[in-house]
Design a protein around this ligand. Structure first.
Ligand code: HGA
Length: 611
């Protein structure tokens, strides 16, 4: 979603802003722009890529050490140069960038137009600009005060940054519902939607909370609430470093992150899974275990890939710990008046920790006085801060829009949680020891999958790259993996794909099967294997072309299937951690062969910060 960057200090602002916007590209966007203050405000914006903006700036001199920048993912008004941010007031006194949605913009716009104001763009954002302009009234009150008052008039969500043409030492930022952080340097400060644009300059950050506004000058900053109460905010040290957010020689972030999984899973389990001592620790939930174990029901709420991980979580927790679990789309949860009561706990999953729908689910649960826990990757993110407790993935920054290493880390955390809930209740000490060994062996097995499967999968991708549809089928723990495999393909190659529980195929999707329909089966030699083989037979009998994922030593499927991908065996409940990897590679290679922009797929945003 939209990215915001702001800078005040001693460096050339345009350079910092452009680099920052490049680092924010992964969030997904359709246009980009900057406003730099140097006596007057120079606003440059363009539909298209940050690169297009950079070309535009090659022929102009943009001096100044104060400015704001934005990558826009349109919500109100199509992508165009005019709708791109920053938006300046009519006389160019200040410029503003905005992430979020002003929900009451139509009524406000009507009122402002009736007052004689003319709008340049179709955005909801411009309403905020006019509101500030009206309150500021040529300097009747300070710009900070005008921003503060205007924010009290809007309904909806915002992360904003504002610069003035009249004050070379003023950068204002505020948030409600859209993430924003302040980077603290030596005599210089940065604003970012996330840490990506700041990490090369500073790792000291202040996380802004909803309803907070920061006024930044080169000499320091002050955070207040929108109601003007001064706050004393803690400065945090970021875990990210620059190397982690660069491609490190890979063609795409997505491939880098697929290949990183052995290490990200080791990091995720470090200090937690200790087979030698037969211990499993989940520090973040240590004080919540009794409550979780006694839960009448665990409700998991998430979106997209995290929802698929949640579905694996349901299978894991129910089968290992025998606690009832329900998995909800976070976007539906809030609006269907969910039944939550005594004994229920809510567990939300979000890589970024900023997903608007998931955050809304957190707030819904809190309002109903139900304990809510989070599984997030980004340390210090809003969901991490607003939940009662939680577990971090420690997978490192995920930049690729199509989530890969976050999914495997989420499943790993859910497996650890399920085992922890089961410990001393539904599984014995000996079983625990065995399962911890199996978990600890996963990173090496993922390494083996990556080493042995990448080449054969490239060949398979070559064959199927022009298919228009794909079906992904799996049972049990691998049904959510089928959903995830289909989602990965859709997201980055734009091929229509569906995931189904293998046995559901005959209740509908089987009608689609002919010689042009590639069907990917997850057919590990587990408790569902024989049934899955019958489902493969049913597809083959209708001339479907089958690609199967099965155990290294299983030769039984060779005659039946067009292609067989072999991966190491593990405990059935851990198999999603391995079976998903070939599916990630398959979607990646097909997308590359189709010439798709893997790291910036069309219409998609990495961190979906609007509802
Ligand atoms: N509503 C604004 C900003 C959109 C946004 O935040 N996207 O993530 C617009 O449409 O310009």
């Amino acid at each position: 979603m939209c990215g915001i960057v702001g800078y005040i200090g001693h460096r050339p602002a345009a350079d910092v802003l452009l680099r920052g916007l490049q680092r924010l590209e992964y969030r997904g966007y359709d246009s980009a722009g900057i406003a730099v203050m140097n006596g007057t405000l120079a606003v440059h914006k363009k539909k298209g890529k940050v690169q297009d903006l950079a070309h535009l700036l090659e022929n102009v001199q943009v001096d100044g050490s104060l400015g704001i920048g934005h990558t826009r993912w349109a919500t109100h008004g199509f992508p165009s140069d005019v709708n791109a941010h920053p938006h300046a007031n009519p006389s160019g006194d200040f410029a503003l960038v905005h992430n979020g949605i002003i929900e009451n913009y139509a009524a406000l716009r009507e009122k402002l137009v009736a007052e004689g104001r003319t709008f340049q763009s179709q955005t909801d954002t411009e309403v905020l600009v006019h509101l500030i302009d009206r309150l500021w009234d040529g300097g009747a009150i300070s710009l900070e005060e005008a921003v503060r008052q205007a924010l009290q008039l809007v309904v909806g969500t915002y992360g904003i940054a504002v610069v003035s043409a009249h004050d070379p030492d003023l950068l204002i930022a505020a948030r409600k519902g859209s993430p924003l952080i302040l980077g603290v340097g030596e005599g210089e400060y940065f604003i970012g939607s996330d840490a990506a644009p700041l990490v090369e300059y500073t790792r000291q950050v202040v996380f802004l909370n909803d309803g907070e506004m920061v006024v930044v000058r080169r000499s320091g900053y002050e955070v207040r609430t929108i109601d003007n109460v001064v706050l004393n905010k803690e400065v945090h040290e970021l875990e990210w470093d620059l190397e982690q957010i660069e491609k490190g020689g890979y063609e795409h972030f997505m491939l880098k992150e697929i290949m990183e999984q052995p290490v990200s899973l080791e990091n995720c389990m470090r200090g937690r899974v200790q087979p030698a001592e037969n211990t499993l620790k989940l520090g973040g939930l240590i004080h919540e275990m009794d409550r979780l174990r006694a839960a009448r029901r665990i409700v998991i709420a998430a979106c997209g890939t995290s929802w698929h991980a949640g579905l694996v979580g349901e299978y894991l927790i129910e089968s290992l710990a025998r606690i009832p679990v329900e998995v909800e789309y976070a976007s539906e949860f809030r609006y269907r008046n969910p039944i939550l009561g005594e004994g229920d706990v809510v567990l939300v999953i979000s890589q970024s920790g900023e997903t608007a729908d998931t955050l809304a689910a957190v707030r819904e649960a809190k309002q109903r006085k139900v304990p809510v826990y989070g599984i997030c990757n980004v340390v210090g993110s809003t969901i991490a801060r607003e939940t009662d407790a939680g577990v971090y993935l420690h997978a490192g920054p995920e930049i690729g829009v199509a989530s890969t290493k976050a999914f495997t880390a989420q499943v790993t955390v859910l497996a650890m949680l399920a085992l922890k809930l089961a410990e001393g209740r539904t599984i014995s000490q000996a079983e625990m020891a065995h399962y911890l060994q199996a978990l600890a062996a996963i990173p090496d097995k993922v390494r083996a999958v990556l080493e042995t499967c990448d080449q054969p999968i490239r060949q398979i991708a070559q064959v199927y790259r022009y298919a228009s549809n794909f079906l992904y089928l799996g049972r049990g723990y691998n049904f959510p993996v089928a959903l995830e495999g289909a989602l990965k393909l859709k997201e980055i190659s734009y091929i229509h794909a569906e995931g189904y529980p293998a046995a559901e195929m005959k209740h509908g999707p089987i009608a689609l099967i002919d010689q042009f329909m590639p069907v990917v089966f997850i057919a590990m030699k587990d408790s569902t294997y024989d049934k899955v083989v019958s489902n493969i037979e049913e597809v083959v009998a209708r001339k479907g072309s089958v690609i199967a994922i099965t155990d290294t030593d299983n030769g039984e499927l060779d005659k039946l299937c067009e292609y067989v991908i072999r991966i190491p065996a593990t405990e059935e409940f851990l198999s999603p951690l391995l079976t998903v990897v070939p599916l990630q590679l398959l979607s990646y290679h097909i997308a590359v062969m189709r010439g798709c922009n893997v790291d910036q797929p069309r219409n998609l945003a990495k961190s979906v910060t609007v509802e």
